[in-house]
Ligand binder design. Structure first.
Ligand SMILES: Nc1ncnc2c1ncn2[C@@H]1O[C@H](COP(=O)(O)OP(=O)(O)O)[C@@H](O)[C@H]1O
Ligand SMILES: [Mg+2]
Length: 331
């Protein structure tokens, strides 16, 4: 039986239809990745499930509790780390953690013990006794995550947990997540990055414009794109369409283009010989390139395949955690 069951949830903010009928079933003890671009409805969905927002229509239960009718009882079995750090500036890191532990009903000594272990996990031991107002942005973010874990929640919601984390803390978080899930916690995390969902999630739901438009394992989603992707950028973006026409036929589908920045992407069956062929054709057409590469499918490709649209400017490649392709190694 699923531990999170969501059926037909809608939520509007005035004219904005943030959720347009979301259905989800998440099995106990698994990691579910809700993947989508900025504005897709991820935070709204998490806030509904964490009882912070009341949906307009539809029903949702978490750990057997209705998110509206049983909200107070539900709050004691869930943890939430949001996009904006919700920690008290005046208190020290340790005091914040203890306070949250106490809210979850831990005894003072247990809250302190567990808090110490969690702070260590997030590299915050050195600052445990400093007021949060002296923390950097990354430290606050880590403390917010630490606080969401102190109650050993049955269900944990992490809204874009690695946004703003340095690589070391990101790895610490991933390890912590694995331990938690081994102990039986169910995790719903949101992300803009397929690579992150890939690394952590058993099951991924792709959300766009308030609807889940595809669901599956990472491999299942990537196989929707199929094969590797030939990706290049033309030096003069006015030549984007001409470049796409020149390489059409190399792949099995029409090239996908982004005229705003001169990008062309094209799924290929096998990478063998593709670069040579593409460069030759583009050269024959007199088109100059800025760069060209073969890479694994990304969220953008999955998203493009599903919607025919680009994901927007928010997810620049250099922001992608553990990126494959050219970005690897200098994060
Ligand atoms: N409190 C709010 N008031 C008005 N509009 C909102 C509010 N919260 C979210 N929205 C809008 O709802 C849509 C979904 O937002 P959100 O759930 O934050 O998306 P995501 O987390 O995927 O970026 C966006 O268009 C956003 O601008
Ligand atoms: Mg959000």
């Amino acid at each position: 039986m699923p531990i999170i069951e969501v059926s037909g949830i809608t939520k509007s903010f005035g004219e904005v239809r943030a959720l347009r009928g979301v259905d989800l079933n998440i099995e106990e003890g698994t990691v579910y990745g809700l993947l989508g671009p900025n504005g897709a409805g991820k935070t709204t969905a998490v806030r509904v499930l964490a009882t912070l927002l009341v949906p307009d229509t539809g029903t949702a239960t978490v750990a057997g509790y209705d998110v509206v009718a049983d909200a107070p009882a539900l709050r004691s079995v869930i943890g939430l780390a949001g996009q904006s750090a919700a920690v008290d500036e005046i208190l020290t890191g340790m005091e914040n953690i203890e306070m949250v532990g106490r809210l979850y009903g831990l005894r003072p000594r247990d809250a302190r013990q567990r808090g110490g272990a969690i702070l260590e996990r997030f590299d915050l031991t050195f600052a445990a006794d400093r007021p949060v107002k002296t923390y950097s942005g990354g430290m606050r973010r880590r403390l917010d995550l630490a606080a969401s874990l102190v109650g050993a929640p049955k269900v944990l919601f992490l809204d874009e947990p690695t946004t703003g984390l340095d690589p070391r803390s990101r790895i610490g978080l991933w390890e912590f997540i694995e331990d938690l899930v081994d102990e039986g916690t169910t995790l719903l995390l949101t992300t803009q990055y397929l690579e992150e969902a890939d690394a952590l999630a058993d099951q991924i739901g792709v959300i766009d414009h308030g609807k889940v438009i595809a669901e599956g394992t990472s491999d299942e989603l990537k196989s929707m794109v199929g094969g590797d992707v030939l990706d290049f950028q033309v030096a003069d973006r006015h030549e984007t369409e001409a470049a796409a026409a020149a390489v059409a036929g190399i792949g099995r589908e029409e090239p996908r283009i982004d005229k705003a920045n001169g990008h062309v992407a094209l799924s290929v069956e096998s990478p063998v010989g593709v670069i040579t062929q593409a460069v030759r054709r583009l050269d024959a057409a007199g088109i100059k390139l800025r760069d060209l590469a073969i890479r694994r499918p990304t969220l953008d490709d999955v998203f493009l395949t599903l919607t025919g649209q680009t994901i927007g400017d928010e997810a620049e490649p250099e922001d992608v955690p553990a990126a494959t392709g050219p970005g690897r190694g200098h994060s």
